[in-house]
Structure formats: C-alpha cells, structure tokens
Design a protein around this ligand. Structure first.
Ligand SMILES: Cc1cc2nc3c(=O)[nH]c(=O)nc-3n(C[C@H](O)[C@H](O)[C@H](O)COP(=O)(O)OP(=O)(O)OC[C@H]3O[C@@H](n4cnc5c(N)ncnc54)[C@H](O)[C@@H]3O)c2cc1C
Ligand code: SF4
Length: 426
C-alpha cells in the first residue's frame, strides 16, 4: 500500500509537488478556499459606481470576488488567491524562468524546467493577435531606447478573447492555471478537501504526528507519513508559527506600481495583460491595466478606454512579516529609489506614446508575489529541507525562495516544488 502525503495548498507549489508525489504516495490536498470562479460582474457597469462609496477600500473586493484576498500594510496592498488553483488563477499567465538565486545556492533545476516547458502550454503566439494599443506601446518602449521581449504565456488559446481580465480570472478558460493539475491528480485518485484550513502541526521527537485543520467549522486531525506545506508566502509562515516552528522576518512581495496616462480613446483594456516585458536594474516594465487602482484609487476615475498604463514590478528587500493575519511590510529606502527610477523610465515611455506630462498619474502600490520567510540556504541545496522543520515536513512554495525576483515566479516555484518531491525520501 502507498504511503500518504498531505499537501496544504493547490497553487503553484502545491500542485507541482502533488503531481510528482502521486507517483509514490496517496496524496490528500487540503485547500482553504473552494472552487474558483472568475469575477463575473461587468467592469464597465461597476466603473460607473466608483463615486458611490462601494469602492472605498481595496479589502472590500472580497465581497464581490471571494477568490481574491486583499490585505494592507503601511505602504502597500497585498493580493493573493484563495481557492482551488491558489494565486495562479489570478495570474496574468506569464511563464518566466528566473532561478538565478537558487542556482547561486547550488540548486540545479534544468531538468525540471525542461519538463515543464514540455508539459505546459507556454507560448508567445499571442503576439500575432496584439491590437493597436499594444503595438503602439511596444513602439513607445523602442523609441525610449528599450528593447522588450514578448512574454511567454501559459495560454491554451493564443487567439483568446483579449478581454484583458487575466488578473481577475479568465472567463473563457484560455489561460492555464494549476486547477488543471489538481483535476488530473484527482482523476488519478488524489483526494481534494476544499474549504479545509490547515491550522497547526502537532510534533513529537522531531516528527509531525498530526495536522489540525478546520473544515466547514468542524475540527479535524489528519495523520500521514509526509506533510508538505504549500499555502503560499503568507499562508505557510502562519501555519509554521502556529506550530511553534520559527520563521524569519524576511517577507518580500515584488511590489507593483502602475504609471498611467490620460489618453482618450487609447483602448488598452482590450489586450492580454503584460504582453511584453523589459528588464531593468531591479525592476521590470510591462503594459498592465491595474484594476485595483482603477476601482479604488481616486486618481483613476477616468473611463477605462482612456487610460494607458505601464507597470513597474520591482525586486524588494526581504524585510517584513505576517503574523495572525497582519502583514508588517514597508518600502525600504532602496525600494523607494528603485521605484523612483521605474517611474522615470515608465513616464518617458508614456510621453513617447504621446501622453502629456500633466496627464500622468500613479497607481496604488500592490504586491502579489509574497515569499521568503523560510529562505533556502546553501547548506540545504541538496536536502531542500530546512533543519528548523520536523523531518517529515517539507515546504514547497514561495516561502523558501531565497530572495525577491521582481519577476513572475510561478514557473520557478513549480520547478523547485517538483525537485523537492523528487528529493523526498520518507
Ligand atoms: C494579480 C496577480 C497576477 C499574477 N501574475 C503572475 C504571472 O503572470 N506569472 C507568475 O509567474 N506569477 C504571477 N503571480 C504570482 C503567482 O501567482 C504567485 O507567486 C504563485 O501562485 C505563488 O505560488 P504559491 O504556491 O507560493 O502560493 P499560491 O499559489 O498562493 O497557493 C497557496 C494556496 O494555499 C491555500 N491556503 C492558504 N492558507 C491555507 C491554509 N491554512 N490551509 C489550506 N490552504 C491554504 C490558498 O488558498 C492557495 O490556494 C501573480 C499574482 C497576482 C496576485
Ligand atoms: S485576455 Fe485572454 S487569457 Fe486573459 S482573461 Fe481574457 S480571454 Fe483569458
């Protein structure tokens, strides 16, 4: 009979580790959220309600869109997905290899990336279907002396509907997310417990003896041979802390700031988000319609058709923490310098697009790539297991990334999680 592995979370890390463990274990996924449903209300209709008080605080989005969780810290808003598929359901589908920091530690993920490139629908073919606004933005980058790259996307249909809603859930199913892996695992015999929140581990003599969880208000204890935490960069540290396992105050999140311009009739809303990316020192730039700013930031009270927007996504310093649901995080002086540089470059691009200086405005700083509170070190390059963890407990999500990437992390988290599953010998 196969041994049992309990995996907490069904996002990038949980799905990837689970798929590989299925070969040797009976897998049970615990997922705090329920099924994912894309945001179903009409964006244009809701936009007319922006002055009504319905959109006072970003955290209110949860009432309209239960799969999106928004929290706030001093300088920014934090976004993550809750539900089957985790935050991959909110992703814009970018599939970028970015494992330099792991390679520096001596972790070789070549095999895992090769396999993922074979298995996943990663494509740059969406370029064929770009509309005028995307092409104009590309030209404005080039005129600013910047050479962008077409973004490889997790896209089953490159000729998708181009509704621009990637970050609030794809209504057509064109975009790939980890629900596909979870469905595949369930079809092969894995168990999926939806609405089941892991709370803490019970440990004895350096081993986990049980996992306390709550499902539909009922307390449950799970007993397994192996436990893998993949509850995300904000969820995993909470469960570790609840279990008396120390984490470090090294939270990062890749803060994003959109620089926008009032450009009547530009129509950026009908393009796939982040169609191309340019790399800079400490940040990336990419066209991005920022819905959080559009709904909640007063400066954005323009018709969506009249906004041109370029996002800065930066690699922040690992300074911050989450405890009992409260996130402590602020931008350091270095983070602010990087953002200022990004604002200067993005403003130059928008001016080369035809925007006037006085028509430029900024979005709300938000982050959606939390991680880093149990970072891997060189000593763990072979075991991929922190000595702080009980021997039959592994972490396989963004929590163990050594530092902020300032780049889309899904593919790298998946490659690392797959390698962890292969390394486990319990
Ligand atoms: C708007 C947005 C767009 C993005 N776009 C991209 C992109 O294009 N490309 C890219 O590479 N990255 C993107 N990201 C980031 C990426 O989605 C995340 O970094 C990645 O999904 C993190 O993987 P993870 O496994 O660490 O956590 P997650 O994918 O967040 O998965 C964690 C899971 O654990 C569950 N969970 C949490 N706590 C518990 C608990 N106590 N018990 C049980 N279950 C629990 C959650 O519900 C969730 O399903 C984006 C993020 C956002 C917010
Ligand atoms: S733009 Fe394409 S991939 Fe994005 S949500 Fe719309 S249909 Fe899906």
């Amino acid at each position: 009979m196969k041994k049992t592995a309990v995996i907490v979370g069904t996002g990038a890390g949980g799905a990837a580790v689970g798929k590989e463990l299925m070969k040797r274990y009976h897998v049970v996924f615990l997922e705090e959220g329920k099924d994912f449903h894309p945001f179903g209300l009409p964006v244009n209709g809701l936009a007319s309600l922006r002055k009504s008080g319905l959109f006072l605080d970003e955290r209110m989005i949860h009432t309209l869109f239960p799969n999106m969780i928004v929290r706030k810290s001093k300088d920014m808003v934090h976004v993550n997905g809750r539900g089957v598929g985790g935050t991959t359901t909110l992703a814009t589908g970018n599939a970028v290899r970015y494992d330099g920091a792991l390679r520096e530690l001596g972790i070789d993920l070549d095999r895992e990336f090769e396999e993922l490139y074979e298995e996943l629908p990663i494509t740059t073919e969406h370029e064929k279907y770009w509309d005028t606004s995307t092409r104009d933005l590309w030209d404005a980058f080039v005129r600013s002396g910047i050479t962008p790259q077409v973004t490889p996307k997790l896209l089953k249909k490159p000729d998708c509907a181009r509704c621009g809603h990637c970050a609030i859930g794809c209504p057509t199913g064109a975009k790939w997310d980890t629900r596909e892996i979870i469905e595949e695992c369930v079809a092969l015999g894995a168990e999926l417990r939806k609405g089941c929140r892991a709370v803490r581990f019970e440990t004895e003599n350096g081993r986990v003896t049980g996992l306390r969880a709550v499902e539909d208000s009922v307390k449950l204890d799970f007993h397994a041979d192996l436990y893998v935490l993949a509850a995300g960069g904000l969820g995993t540290p909470e469960i570790l802390s609840n279990s008396g396992i120390p984490v470090t105050e090294t939270l990062f999140g890749d803060p994003v700031l959109a620089v926008a311009a009032h450009m009547p009739g530009f129509h950026q809303e009908h393009q796939i988000l982040m169609p191309f990316i340019s790399q800079h020192d400490g940040y990336i730039l990419s066209p991005y319609m920022d819905y959080l700013s559009f709904f909640f930031n007063k400066k954005w009270r323009l018709p969506i058709t009249d906004i041109a927007s370029v996002m800065i996504k930066m690699a922040d310093e690992s300074v911050g923490s989450v405890r009992k649901g409260k996130i402590e995080k602020e931008l350091t002086e270095r983070d602010k310098e990087i953002l200022h540089d990004g604002v200067r470059t993005a403003s130059r691009i928008l001016k080369n697009l035809g925007a006037r200086k006085e028509d430029l405005f900024l979005g709300t700083v938000n982050e959606g790539h939390p991680g880093g509170m149990l970072p891997l070190t060189e000593k763990e390059a072979r075991s991929l297991h922190s000595p702080l963890l009980p021997e039959n407990l592994y972490v396989a999500d963004a929590t163990i990334l050594p530092r902020s990437m300032g780049n889309p992390p899904i593919l790298t988290i998946m490659a690392l999680a797959r390698k962890i599953a292969r390394t486990i010998d319990i």
